[in-house]
Design a protein around this ligand. Structure first.
Ligand code: GLN
Length: 284
């Protein structure tokens, strides 16, 4: 019991420890060239970019004129995942609404989660939106907009697993998605040797099904989707580490950040954001 408490506490205090242990080289500097692909999402043409463009469009520039490029990792249902060739989900829909408000065409650029911040900082994307948690370490590299959703970390195991509580995770192999908060917590709590990193959330689940890892630590919303889609998997009752999701934007790009925040606050105020979340995560 004490150990569980310690775990909970350390998860809560992650802010402090992350700030303390953030070394010189951040993983966010990792290679961005990988298998990125882009797909253009349909956009409404209400406010085309003529002379009559809104205040916002006049005051900021984007990587490509008339476009809002969103870097994401589409292995994270229900926030972003593929439906055929299109990236759909909560983030894709909110981003579409933001783009419409700014009079821009949304372009979704799918890449590894670990490459999103680099992509934004290298000017390859205007923003990163990927169920991304605001953390002190990330705030050193990038700015975040206001929060638009909440997350929490959970543990997926096989139904017949002997892991029943967080305590039982000690000494087990834990699968995580590289450089996510799940990765940070697991490594911090159980040590690097007990953690196996994957580039895609879906690959962590595959490894769990194949018995290559004993548990997966990941955000609750995708975890619930994965458990539903994959027979034989279940969630531990305990969850931990409340998190805030926000959109990351390159430091110094205040005009774009202000414009996105303005659009976001309107979409939160008029209930659009909640309606999109409820559509993908119906309350029980
Ligand atoms: N919320 C987690 C993080 O920001 C996971 C995000 C993701 O895997 N897309 O690290």
């Amino acid at each position: 019991m004490k150990k569980i408490l310690a775990f909970l506490l350390s998860a809560c205090l992650i802010t402090v420890s992350m700030a303390a242990c953030s070394g010189s080289n951040s993983n966010d500097e990792a290679d961005v060239s990988s298998d990125a692909s882009t797909s253009s999402q349909e956009s409404s043409d209400e406010s085309s970019s003529g002379d009559e463009s809104s205040k916002e469009t006049a005051s900021f520039t984007t990587v490509e004129e008339g476009k809002l490029i969103m870097a994401t990792n589409a292995t994270f249902p229900p926030y972003e995942y593929y439906d055929g060739d299109a990236v759909v989900g909560i983030d894709a829909e909110i981003a579409q609404k933001i783009a419409e408000k700014l009079g821009l065409e949304l372009v979704i650029s799918d890449m590894e989660f670990n490459s999103i911040i680099t992509s934004v900082n290298q000017g390859k994307a205007d923003m990163g939106m990927a169920g991304m948690t605001v953390t002190p370490d990330r705030l050193k590299n990038v700015n975040f907009t206001d929060t638009y959703a909440k997350g929490v970390q959970v543990v997926i195991v096989q139904e017949n697993s002997d892991i029943k509580t967080l305590d039982d995770l000690a000494g087990k192999k834990i699968g995580v998605q590289l450089n996510t908060t799940g990765d940070i917590y697991a490594t911090d709590e159980f040590g690097k040797d007990n953690v196996q990193q994957f580039n895609k959330a879906t690959d962590t689940v595959l490894a769990l099904k194949q018995g290559k890892v004993d548990a997966v630590i990941i955000d609750k919303a995708p975890a619930e989707v994965f458990v539903e889609q994959n027979e034989g998997l279940t969630l531990l009752d305990s969850s931990y580490a409340d998190e805030d999701y926000a959109i990351c934007i390159k430091k110094g790009n205040d005009a774009l950040q202000d414009a996105v925040n303005q659009a976001l606050s309107e979409l939160i105020e008029d209930g659009t954001v909640q309606a999109i979340i409820d559509k993908y995560i119906p309350s029980k």
